[in-house]
Design a protein around this ligand. Structure first.
Ligand code: SF4
Length: 281
């Protein structure tokens, strides 16, 4: 059985940054001053549970504002996927120690949308329903048109000639190309701004270009970029999507000769290496 690790692996820059902000806060933590994560800092429960065991409190991302209202001291760290600015401002105004761990690539999208809104553009945002990153973007303005797949385009009814379209950072490059193409056909003057990040694009390209009879995707079930790797892998051949080695052990792999391993941008490398070492034994 041939086993190969596709590159890149390990945390992307946004995840590394978010985790180092959290580690720094833990190192500087004063007694009796709690640390709250507003939503899961990154989408990987194995890592989030380790921080919970260290005393970090994770606040439900769907109920942020209500939960923050109840907090009167401590450090609040906002998740890498981005958050409604108004909630961050509210926490700051309350006098809480606020750390915004939003990935800089997500921030660029927020800023660009705000600039185009000021210029009276209609905004079409392509994202996944209920994903933290989409929710953070949609909180910028109720005027943003949200679509999650190509079939949503027919429902758009925009008369403005000025239209700007951008997207979530972790979409499928294959799906997005089709969506942007269809938008361009409907609105010829539209400005298209593909913001799938480098970490996502490179991982997807590696899967598209690799040969395998089985793709193993290591990632959390809430990780958008891991899901996309699995979907792309399935278009080519068999694929399985697992959190860790324990889950892999439930599968019979004897029929496979050429296994490729990829992982999401929030998957720690040690989980991937455990799987690789188990398979090459
Ligand atoms: S996947 Fe991309 S956008 Fe998301 S945290 Fe990583 S670098 Fe940032």
């Amino acid at each position: 059985m041939k086993v190969k690790l596709l590159e890149p692996q390990s945390y992307c820059t946004g995840v590394k940054r978010a985790l180092s902000l959290l580690d720094e806060s833990l190192n500087n933590k004063k007694n009796n001053s709690p640390i709250y994560l507003i939503g899961k800092l990154i989408h990987n429960d194995i890592i989030m549970n380790k921080y919970k065991d260290m005393g970090v409190i994770i606040i439900d991302e769907n109920n942020k504002l209500e939960e923050i209202k109840k907090i009167d001291k401590g450090t609040l760290i906002f998740q890498a996927h981005g958050t409604d600015d108004k909630i961050i401002e509210y926490a700051k105004n309350k006098g809480l120690n606020v750390i915004d761990a939003t990935c800089p690539f997500v921030k660029i999208i927020h800023n660009r949308i705000k600039s185009y809104l000021k210029l009276n553009y209609d905004i079409i945002y392509v994202g996944k329903k209920n994903h933290a990153e989409s929710m953070g973007v949609l909180a910028i303005s109720p005027k943003i048109h949200f679509i999650s797949d190509i079939n949503d385009i027919e429902k758009l009814n925009i008369s403005n000639n000025l239209i700007y379209s951008t997207c979530q950072t972790t979409l499928s490059t294959i799906d997005l190309a089709d969506i942007f193409h269809a938008l361009k056909e409907k609105y010829i003057n539209i400005i298209i701004d593909n913001k799938i990040c480098d970490a996502t694009t490179k991982r997807q390209e590696a899967v598209i270009n690799a040969n395998f009879d089985l793709l193993i995707v290591v990632g959390d079930k809430f990780s958008s970029n891991s899901k996309r790797l699995y979907e792309i892998g399935k278009l080519k051949n068999d694929a399985i999507y697992i959190n860790d080695l324990n889950e892999l052990k439930k599968y019979d792999l004897t029929k496979y000769n050429d296994i490729a391993i990829t992982s999401g941008a929030s998957t720690p490398y040690y989980l991937v290496l455990e799987i690789y070492n188990y398979l090459i034994k």
